[in-house]
Structures are given as C-alpha cells and as structure tokens.
Design a protein around this ligand. Structure first.
Ligand SMILES: O=P(O)(O)OC[C@@H](O)[C@@H](O)c1c[nH]c2ccccc12
Length: 260
C-alpha cells in the first residue's frame, strides 16, 4: 500500500469513530459555525504574490520539521509579515496537527484559513466550519467525480471555499466541472514525493480562467515562484521552507522581500 492509501484508510477509521462520539448537531452549536467565511481566492488574486503560509510540524516525507513553536506565534507572525492566507494541518497521525491547532489559529489571525487534511466525508467539512476554517482542501487523487461534486457543494452551502488539489491530467479532467474556487496543482507527487515544477506549469495551461490557480509544495526559491507567477499561478502554498527555520515569520518576510 502506498502512503496515501494508508493515510486514507486510517482517516476512514478516525472519521467513523469521531462521528459516534461528537454528533453533527454539536458541531453546529459552535459559535464559529455562524461566522462569515472570508474569500482566500479573492485575496490571492489581489496580492502581487499571494502566499498561503502553512503550519506543519512534521510530514511523512520529511519526518520532524518543527515541534517547538506554538501555532499562535507562527500564524500571527505569518499574518504580520503579509501572508495572504494560512494553511493549518489538522491530521494528527502523519502531520502532528489537530483541530485545536485550527481553533488557536482562528483566535490568532483575521486572514483566511485553510483546513489542511484528507477530506473524505461531509462530517469533516462541518468540523472545519465549527473550528473556524474559511477554506477546505479536496484531493482529487483520493475522491471520485461524484464525491468531488457533493463535498464541494457541502462546503459552498456552509460558506466555505474549496481548494481542489490535482497532480495530473486525469485528475484535472474529473475536477473541471466542480464548483471549486481554486485549483491547487501539487508539485509533489503524494505517492512518490517527487517534486516537478514543469509538470505543474504544463497542467496550469489546461485550466479554465475561472479557477484561481495555486502552486503547492516544494517551493523554496523566489525565482521559481516568479516563474510560476508568470505562467499564470495566483497563489503559492508554502510550508517547510518557513517552518524548518526557528523564525517562520522572519523567513516569509525575507521571502516576500526577495519577490518584490
Ligand atoms: O511544505 P511544502 O513542501 O512547502 O508543502 C506545503 C503543502 O503544499 C503540502 O503540505 C501539501 C500539499 N498537499 C497536501 C495534502 C496533504 C497534506 C499536505 C499537503
């Protein structure tokens, strides 16, 4: 079994257990459930370089990235430095995150927040809303066309935006008819961890203009980000480059300065 299949198998177990413990009515009682969602898509299109800065403690490809900083400090410093949005990993087993991280991030920043997790069930979208997210991630590699459609409709009905992640033409074909606001092209193949920017540039050319285009993963060089911007990308999802430093806020600040 590849890593992605393992993560999804674990996620199915996790979600079915949580559903028994915390009913959806309880999620709907959260104060945050009535909060007005904000548009990440609009912010990315307005920014000269729209960075979505990610909070990520560890990952299956890199193991430990940063275990010592507090999520509140990291995301506030991202916001202060000029990030367009924040991504918070909430998967515990493989990424060391939690829904509490999402709550703490929401309490710390005003800018849009993406709940970064492996979404397979409507229940997780209600959780995202109840913990203050503005955007959810849907990964085309693990969902079929019908699931992509119904999960994005659920998000839309809750006032959440969708970042739909693809990696190849086949995934693009099944995503193109959904109502997602943003398409993320993952430079990293989630099955092999290989990073390929040229693949992303080729794929982006086949995307209709109505989608805000986001380049994801493996970005550490401002020259590469400039090249992606001129190839039509509006947003850039960056985690490790910032998180592996002692001062992620300082790292994004100098990154943005280099892009200027
Ligand atoms: O840390 P990086 O290489 O800058 O990547 C960030 C983000 O793109 C990556 O964490 C990611 C992209 N798609 C995902 C899906 C699930 C978990 C994580 C991810």
């Amino acid at each position: 079994m590849n890593i992605l299949d393992r993560i999804i198998a674990d996620k199915r177990r996790e979600v079915s257990l949580k559903k028994q413990l915390i009913p959806t009515e309880q999620l709907e009682k959260s104060v945050l459930f009535n909060r007005q969602g904000q548009s990440l898509s609009a912010r990315l299109r307005q920014a000269s370089f729209g960075i979505i800065a990610e909070h990520k403690r560890r990952s299956p490809s890199k193991s430990v990235i940063n275990q010592s900083l507090s999520v509140e400090n990291v995301v506030s410093s991202y916001e202060k430095a000029g990030a367009a949005g924040i991504s918070v990993l909430t998967d515990a087993k493989y990424f060391g995150g939690s829904l509490d991280d999402l709550l703490l991030a929401r309490a710390s920043v005003e800018i849009p927040i993406l709940r970064k997790d492996f979404m397979i069930d409507e229940y997780q979208i209600l959780e995202a809303k109840a913990h203050g997210a503005d955007v959810i991630l849907l990964i085309a590699a693990v969902l079929d066309k019908t699931e992509l459609k119904t999960l994005s409709e659920t998000a839309r009905n809750l006032g959440l935006e969708v970042l739909l992640e693809i990696h190849n033409q086949e995934e693009l074909n099944k995503s193109i008819h959904t109502e997602a606001e943003m398409i993320g092209i993952n430079n990293r193949n989630l099955k092999t961890f290989e990073v390929d920017i040229e693949n992303s540039i080729r794929l982006a050319k086949n995307l209709p203009d109505r989608f805000t285009k986001v380049a994801e993963s493996g970005l550490s060089d401002t020259e590469v980000v400039k090249k992606l911007k001129s190839s039509g990308f509006d947003g850039f999802l960056i985690g490790e480059t910032f998180m592996k430093t002692e001062n992620p806020g300082g790292a994004i600040q100098s990154f943005l300065k280099d892009l200027d």
